[in-house]
Design a protein around this ligand. Structure first.
Ligand code: CA
Ligand code: CA
Ligand code: CA
Length: 185
């Protein structure tokens, strides 16, 4: 009977150990577009695809969940008035007009950490990729995209590494079984 009790205790510890293993680790990863400035004109929009699979971060579908993401864009203007829009996978995300700047002194305007809505985050979760397009939609002129980056909050399920305390307790339980067996013999 005692042996059975010890076995039940070990089984319980095993179960609690497995439960403790199912952990979620949160990390923040940033994918950045190439550093050289890209000119945007009425006829030529900016295009870049953020990709969290190409060495920036190994996005694992099913194990990773992107829970939030933020877009940062630096635009440099040297004059003129233009209305422009940011598109993410062809859906409008953001718009603004008449960014600062004159031909005497180009100005860099930062659109920092624009939070993506739920639908855009869902799109990003499909394959860890998201296309950014910046287009002038009204007015004459042009500007340059100095840089753009996408920061993502990623929840990764990890279950491979057992917690040391659970393993120690499991060891004690198994020692208990061995002890009771010895006493019986
Ligand atoms: Ca990338
Ligand atoms: Ca301009
Ligand atoms: Ca302007």
């Amino acid at each position: 009977m005692k042996q059975y009790k010890n076995f039940a205790a070990a089984a319980l510890l095993l179960a609690s150990s497995a439960f403790a293993n199912a952990a979620v680790i949160t990390s923040y990863v940033t994918d950045t577009a190439s550093a050289s400035a890209v000119k945007v004109t009425d006829s030529k929009p900016y295009n870049f695809t953020f990709d969290f699979n190409d060495g920036t971060f190994d996005f694992i579908k099913g194990k990773d969940t992107i829970s939030a993401a933020w877009l940062t864009v630096n635009l440099s203007d040297d004059g003129g008035s233009e209305t422009f829009k940011f598109f993410l996978n062809s859906a409008e995300f953001f718009n603004d007009k008449n960014i600062e700047g004159s031909n005497k002194a180009p100005v860099v305007t930062t659109y920092s950490e624009l939070a993506l809505g739920k639908d855009f985050v869902a799109t990003l979760n499909k394959d860890g990729k998201l296309n950014l397009s910046i287009a002038i939609t009204a007015g004459n002129g042009n500007f340059s995209v100095v840089s753009s980056s996408l920061r993502a909050e990623v929840q990764r399920e990890v279950g491979e590494v057992p917690e040391p305390m659970s393993v120690a307790l499991l060891g004690l339980g198994l020692a208990g079984i061995a002890g009771s067996r010895r006493r019986k013999a």
